[in-house]
Design a binder for this molecule. Structure first.
Ligand SMILES: *Cc1c(COP(=O)(O)O)cnc(C)c1O
Length: 390
């Protein structure tokens, strides 16, 4: 059997990721391959690392993309920084924090799991208290919890962690390229992200950065890192100094990331964060006009991930299917505690723009009215228009 030519319908990807890649990124990916040790490619690696540092807001020497998705970045941080006798405190306020607990437990370290009801952020005073009491080797937290649309403030945590000798590990998968993140200012020791959300690239890479303190902890390990592929002491010799072979770099994905980072820096980080916020404000006005309420409280709502309660009496799957089939728009459903109860609308990277806002609001209005909800014609779009005008 030979499958038919690859011609899927194009969609507008407004879920939690992947998001649409910037057209320039897709073009960059068609660049002919180079060998992974070709001097031209080594130069491309250096350029990519240098742009990654700028986008992360860091001078960390150990900054490079892991050749796999965001979860591999999470696993890389934990498996490299933890050994069986270590203690780590991990925070879960949603699906991805819960995953971090699971990944941490697999390292054999003693894991102290902190739970916050889904939809809420952690209280900083509570975190300070726990950290002072436990003095763990590492502390892991998600900045942008994609499952609930909650933003977690990291204010003061880095300084406290430094005083306590604790390594601060932050999941920046959905924050990088969307909302303010400055790794050095926040004194983050290990941060990881992905290519397919705020950076406007396809999935496949996990940008990662380690502070000098994290590198020192890595060097001080008593035992071998319990993963061959993700062992930074080995990958470092390819991406770090001597560029010696560890695994074959995914050449086309590095081209993609290089272009994605160029686009971020051309726009400017501050301008990019402001753009995400502006489009979120308009979308939020529209969603609320349609009767959709945010899960996260005002003040901790993520601009790039708008998670709303599905209105009473409205079905989840058939209506998301209508969005996809009738309007070619993908939005996300709920995960874990919010399965069947939430819709998640992503406005990330390339897709954070007025045309996405107006398209999704117009389609949602039609779908919701079709499902029996009373919504005034054009009310969502009109509210967004007013918000853009302000
Ligand atoms: C998407 C996401 C991940 C996982 O990334 P993958 O690229 O799917 O492996 C981890 N953490 C958060 C907060 C995410 O949103």
């Amino acid at each position: 059997m030979i499958a038919s030519q690859l011609t899927p319908r194009s969609r507008l990807l407004l879920g939690p990721g992947p998001c649409d890649a910037h057209p320039r990124v897709l073009t960059a990916m068609t660049t002919p391959l180079l060998g992974h040790l070709d001097p031209q490619f080594l130069e491309i690696m250096t350029e990519t690392q240098s742009m990654m540092r700028e986008v992360f807001g860091t001078n960390n020497r150990l900054t490079f993309p892991i050749s796999a998705t965001g979860m591999a970045g999470m696993e890389t941080c934990l498996v490299n920084l933890l050994e069986p006798d270590d203690t780590v405190v991990v925070c879960a306020k949603g699906f991805f924090g819960a995953r971090m607990i699971d990944v941490a437990e697999r390292t054999g370290a003693r894991v102290i799991a902190l739970h916050q009801p889904w939809g809420q952020a952690f209280d900083l005073n509570h975190l300070r208290e726990v950290l002072k009491r436990e003095r763990p080797k590492a502390f892991g937290i998600v900045q942008a919890e994609t499952s609930t649309g909650v933003h977690q403030s990291l204010e003061g945590l880095g300084k406290l962690c430094q005083e306590l000798g604790t390594l601060l590990i932050v999941d920046c998968v959905t924050s990088l390229g969307c909302t303010p993140l400055k790794v050095d200012d926040l004194k983050i020791d290990a941060a990881f992200s992905c290519s397919q959300k705020g950076l406007g690239c396809p999935p496949g890479l996990s940008p990662l950065t380690f502070s000098d303190r994290a590198v020192a902890a890595l060097k001080a390990r008593k035992s071998k890192v319990r993963s061959w592929y993700l062992d930074l002491t080995m990958i470092e010799s390819y991406w770090g100094g001597d560029r010696s072979y560890h695994h074959t770099a995914p050449i086309s994905m590095i081209y993609a990331l290089r272009e994605g980072l160029r686009i971020v820096l051309e726009e400017g980080l501050e301008a990019r964060w402001a753009r995400h916020f502006r489009n979120h404000v308009a979308l939020k006005a529209g969603l609320e006009a349609l009767g959709l309420n945010y899960i996260a409280a005002p003040g901790c709502q993520l601009p790039q991930l708008n998670a709303v309660h599905i209105p009473a009496g409205i079905e989840d799957i058939p209506n998301r299917k209508r969005m996809l089939i009738d309007f070619d728009i993908e939005i996300g459903g709920g995960l874990g505690d919010f399965k069947g109860k939430a819709w998640r609308i992503g406005l990330m990277g390339y897709n954070s723009k007025p045309s996405s806002v107006f398209q999704v609001l117009a389609a949602l209005e039609t779908v919701l009215r079709g499902a029996g909800l009373k919504v005034a014609a054009g009310s969502g779009v009109a509210a967004a228009e007013v918000a853009y005008g302000n």
